[in-house]
Design a protein around this ligand. Structure first.
Ligand code: ZN
Length: 72
């Protein structure tokens, strides 16, 4: 019997190749423009956009992240 290995080629790993347009920042809860969300200071870098002299990975160095409004 002919037995082909697997059905899928590559599983989409959660590893951004870097570059290109990202749908949203790692620290954001929703894409920009989503209803009920707004820009907020990044809690990881306190809005400075940098952590230890390097661009904050949480907000991509922007200092702001998109988070849901209200709730708490
Ligand atoms: Zn940040």
């Amino acid at each position: 019997m002919d037995r082909s290995e697997g059905g899928k080629g590559q599983d989409q790993a959660s590893t951004p190749a870097g570059g290109g347009s990202r749908p949203m920042k790692p620290g954001s809860e929703a894409p920009a423009g989503t209803t009920g969300t707004g820009d907020d200071l990044c809690p990881a870098c306190a809005g400075s956009g940098q952590v230890n002299g390097a661009p904050c990975p949480n907000c991509d160095g922007t200092g702001v992240v998109t988070e849901g409004i209200g709730g708490g």
